[in-house]
Design a protein around this ligand. Sequence first.
Ligand SMILES: *Cc1c(COP(=O)(O)O)cnc(C)c1O
Length: 338
Amino acid sequence: MNIDWKSMPFGYYKTKVNVRSCFRDGEWGEIEVSESEEVSMHMAATSLHYGQEAFEGMKAFTGKDGKIRIFRWEENSRRLQHSASGVLMQEVPDELFREAITKVVQLNREFVPPYGHGAAFYLRPLLIGTGPQVGIQPAKEYLFLVFGTPVGPYFREGFNPVKIQIARDFDRAAPLGTGTFKVGGNYAASLKALKRGRDEGYSSVLFLDAKEKKYIDECGPANFFGIKDNTYITPESTSILASITNKSLITLAEDMGMKVERRKVPIEELETFDEVGACGTAAVITPIGKITDRDTGKEYHYCPDGKPGPVTTKLYQTLTGIQLGEVEDRYGWNLIVE
Ligand SMILES: *Cc1c(COP(=O)(O)O)cnc(C)c1O
């Protein structure tokens, strides 16, 4: 295997195998190992018509000690169950989830990037309704599939502040809709805003609460946080996808002696933060240097010296240090794959 780990993009790279289990006749089947990159299903499958689909995103890392660690898998498993119940799909039991992700890592070991290049092995668990229905109702059959792909750092330029745009003319999710579920439909709803934001020179888009357009909701496929007065502040809303990275940063912020507030964050408060960032598995933390309100033209500036702030940097280093086995894993977040 001759992979150029240093210039690995953040994208799909073919590996050896993926694993699958089908739910049929009321039970999950044995895990099958597949070399195919394709899924064959009935053309009336509910995932294709009615959005019975949910996924997860998580990473495995080779640590300094050469051991492979998967970060907080129980959280991803629980969230996939939450997403499944949200769109009436069969839930995947923790044991099956754990066995599947472990197998994918073990059987594709040569595709797990070695330590030291900023690359990781991204795992993509996927749950879809495969049973046919024409009337609107949940499928009777489901496919749970996990594939992995080596990925380079999300931002090739490294840990640097980016520009974000507030898009008031789009909503990602309704207040009582599917925002808390990691389902493809929410992504479909955000694609146009994200594409336009990128075309206009921004890394991502900040969505506001759909009902009042007064509060910060999410930052594309990442949660938002702000830092001021030794406090970590992150929006509370019924349409946000609960980020496991955010949950982890909250724990680390508390460990650092900071206060934590989960509450509504009015847009005007952007003026008062010392540091702001977006967080998610892909980039861990994306420091934000500038936020532009597309409709009003108002700009909010951070990182005056062009570098991420001290708190953001410390949080980033601690979390990535735990993932790479460089910082003590006090909470047992890592599953070591033998
Ligand atoms: C996956 C996702 C996140 C990030 O969650 P992590 O568990 O930190 O990766 C944030 N927002 C949305 C909408 C997501 O789909």
